[in-house]
Design a protein around this ligand. Structure first.
Ligand SMILES: *Cc1c(COP(=O)(O)O)cnc(C)c1O
Length: 398
């Protein structure tokens, strides 16, 4: 049986149009299935960062704000991310963490709405905690209240008192993909604004921000975008909202003429309004370098491979692992699946520790969920077969 699946894996790898991308990354023989938490290092990034430090900072010093393009990096890199999430240029800026951008986006959405009768901010009840914490504070500061909602029940909860809705495109725990086009349309039908968190979808599947009329969005860059630990996040403000977007964090970088150093705040036009203070250049330029791995890559091809990888993983797990030993929390339907598989199992902490010892790197969400992220640019089908085989060996030893 395992010979058959190993042969299938070899054939799938041989036919994989993205297989060549793996050599762009610094990887060893471990199977790295944690790119949904920290993407792998693109191999050329260390030299580029060394150049930023040695030459741009060390030699050019202050001149680099102009000559090395430091000052405009947030919007320049934003435009590169825009092409990966279906946004036209001029709508995304990079900077700050996802947490901070959730704050800007939720307060910004309520202020754009500017309707005191709309008292509620709906938030995905199963959200990654930081989004919920920040949204609660943003709601309190704007005199609104938070209403937790299961995205599946959104249509029955949303109504004339809804100001804005904050949802995750892909659930970080289960790997469930939510229907962004349909949910955005439902939010608009109710007269509310849609704020999407793309942390687990950007770089893994097509998002279509412009096409589906999303109002605001945020996301991180260190998961499927491989920007590096703590690399800066981004905020998308749809062009039609930019003139009225009233950031709760108006810094000098969001001013129309920062170097005028005037006491009164006059917001810049466009996405730049989403900036706050001096950009963290070292992290930001590491991110910019890392985005080179996307040159010539189609996000549709990434999505097709991602689904093929997760399908194959589920097939291998079903074949190798005794019935009932693990329960898959990730939906089987392609339309509802992100780029990770979450398996619930007894003794999950021990199982993940053992997997890591044997070179299969996933992660644990306490108490009992094993998460495996599949980054199509550097994970192959032989990796998938090996991961499922090692998992079955570890489970057999319990
Ligand atoms: C990864 C992730 C974050 C991380 O936020 P930070 O501010 O970068 O720590 C936030 N929200 C979601 C949904 C995530 O998946």
């Amino acid at each position: 049986m395992s010979e058959h699946l190993a042969q299938r894996a070899a054939a799938l790898d041989a036919a994989d149009e993205l297989a060549g991308a793996r050599k762009l990354f610094a990887l060893d023989d471990a199977v790295y299935l944690d790119g949904n938490s920290l993407g792998a290092l693109p191999a050329h990034v260390p030299d580029r960062v060394a150049d930023v430090v040695r030459r741009q900072w060390g030699e050019l010093r202050i001149r680099s704000w102009d000559e090395s393009g430091w000052w405009t990096a947030p919007e320049r890199i934003g435009d590169r991310i825009a092409s990966l999430v279906g946004a036209a240029p001029g709508q995304i800026v990079v900077g700050d963490s996802t947490s901070v951008n959730v704050f800007k986006a939720v307060v910004g959405a309520v202020r754009l709405q500017d309707d005191p009768a709309r008292t509620d901010v709906l938030v995905d009840a199963t959200t990654f905690p930081t989004d919920g914490y920040i949204a609660e504070s943003a709601a309190r500061m704007t005199g609104r209240r938070i209403v937790p909602v299961d995205p599946a029940d959104l249509v029955s909860v949303i109504g004339p008192s809804t100001a804005a809705v904050l949802l995750n495109h892909v659930d970080y725990r289960s790997g469930r993909l939510h229907d962004l086009p349909a949910l955005t349309a439902a939010i608009h039908d109710a007269g509310a604004l849609a704020v999407w968190d793309l942390c687990h979808s950007a770089g893994a599947l097509p998002v279509g921000l412009d096409e589906h009329g999303v109002d605001l969005a945020v996301g991180c860059t260190y998961k499927y975008l491989n920007g590096g630990p703590g690399s800066p996040a981004y905020i998308y403000v749809a062009e039609r909202h930019q003139a009225a977007f009233d950031s709760p964090l108006p810094g000098w970088n969001s001013h129309t003429d920062p170097f005028a150093m005037t006491p009164g705040f006059e917001p810049a036009d466009g996405a730049v309004r989403g900036r706050v203070g001096t950009p963290d250049i070292l992290s930001m330029l590491a991110l910019e370098a890392s985005l080179d791995v996307w040159d010539g890559v189609s996000v549709d091809a990434v999505r097709a491979k991602s689904l093929a990888l997760t399908d194959f993983f589920l097939e291998c797990v079903e074949t190798y692992v005794p019935q009932g030993r693990v329960t898959c929390l990730t939906p089987g339907k392609h339309a509802e699946r992100g780029s990770q598989i979450a398996l619930r199992c007894e003794d999950a902490p021990r199982v993940m520790r053992e997997l890591i010892t044997r070179g299969v790197i996933g992660d644990l969400r306490r108490p009992d969920v094993l998460r495996f992220g599949f980054t199509p640019l550097y994970v192959g089908f032989a990796d998938v077969e090996r991961a499922a085989r090692v998992l079955s060996e570890v489970l057999a030893e319990a």
